[in-house]
Ligand binder design. Structure first.
Ligand code: SF4
Length: 340
């Protein structure tokens, strides 16, 4: 018997985000698409400024106004386009259905309110019928779940009185208070030392295992992606360069940019004297994006058509996509641009 169609938990389709700049309107995110299923961990990787965080803020409809706005696309959460929701409906989704944690918790925590009050606010917002005592108990239990032993004491403190790791735990506690379907974690461990990093990632995955929550992990750290994700989207200059399962991407990368990124990871067999391979050149400025492939000026395998024809995402194999003309034209005898 045919199963009834069930839409993916999240489907982002052709998302475009524009920013108003002195040089006019620029597309910081252009034609970004991906899907996410319950329990899945999707990594979004790429260098700083490639559009990872703008994509995440777009999903939450938290883009800074009026300088930026969503210009195109759909964000389908359980089949419903979040871009069509009135803002008060979106408030109900944020925090309850889709939560987000940031690299620096100080920017998300209110410095003038105690931790207890801030966690209780998450409950007030989404469970208005909850009494003060109930919220207090739920807040302290949530802090215990995120590994804070003396929860009652911590609830009386202000953010600046806590360490960076402790603040990140508090923020995760607030983000998970309502057991969201999706947690967006934007560079959640970048500001933390290595042991705390591992504890924070463990914490997120314990919740994922217990609740079936899906996670979008945004990071420039490919090691973190390799260790923790099921699928990965590699972004370059506001576009998706490649998407695949983690195993496929690390074993058989297709896109020249992904290959360059992977080659630039230090390996244990490398000697100290060997220079680390790098990708020559720089990411083009948003106001100077080429008409063709955005990676063309840095790509060693650029074809003539790469200069003015923008490649869309094309299937390389099952579940593996790359935005690169080499998917179709790699075997033909093409004239290459003489890049470094
Ligand atoms: Fe290189 Fe062309 Fe592929 Fe872009 S489309 S990555 S320039 S080969």
């Amino acid at each position: 018997m045919n199963q009834p169609y069930r839409p993916p938990l999240l489907a982002v389709k052709h998302l475009g985000v524009a920013f108003q700049t002195d040089q006019g309107q620029v597309l910081a995110v252009d034609d970004v698409s991906f899907e996410l299923e319950s329990g899945q961990v999707l990594g979004i990787a790429g260098e700083s400024g490639c559009g990872k965080s703008v994509t995440a803020l777009g999903l939450m409809r938290l883009l800074p106004r009026p300088v930026s706005k969503i210009k195109a696309g759909e964000i389908l959460f359980k089949g419903e386009n979040l871009l069509d929701l009135p803002i008060d409906e979106m408030h109900k989704i944020r925090g309850k259905k889709i939560s987000m944690i940031f690299q620096e918790p100080m920017t998300a925590l209110n410095p003038v309110h105690t931790i207890g009050r801030q966690i209780a606010e998450s409950y007030s917002l989404h469970f208005p019928g909850m009494g003060a005592k109930e919220k207090n108990t739920a807040s302290s239990q949530m802090l215990e779940k995120v590994g804070i032993a003396d929860a009652r004491q911590i609830m009386k403190k202000y953010p600046h009185q806590l360490s960076g790791g402790m603040r990140q735990r508090v923020m995760i506690g607030m983000a998970l208070a309502c057991e969201p379907d999706i947690l967006i974690a934007d560079e959640p461990t970048t500001a933390l030392d290595v042991t705390v990093q591992a504890q924070i990632m463990d914490l997120i995955f314990q919740f994922r295992d217990a609740t079936g929550m899906a996670v979008i992990l945004i990071t420039h750290d490919l090691g973190l992606i390799a260790e923790n994700c099921d699928r990965v989207v590699v972004m370059y200059a506001g576009t998706v360069a490649e998407s695949a399962s983690v195993t496929t991407l690390f074993r058989q990368p297709f896109h020249p940019y992904t290959k360059g990124l992977l080659q630039s990871i230090p390996s244990l067999t490398q000697t100290a004297k060997e220079p680390l391979p790098t990708i020559p050149g720089n990411v083009p400025a948003l106001s100077e994006m080429p008409a063709g492939c955005r990676f063309a000026k840095r790509c060693k395998r650029a074809l003539m058509q790469c200069k003015d024809q923008r490649p869309g995402l094309m299937p390389v194999s099952s579940g593996h996509f790359a935005a690169c003309h080499l998917v179709h034209d790699g075997e033909k005898n093409q004239i290459l641009i003489n890049n470094p």
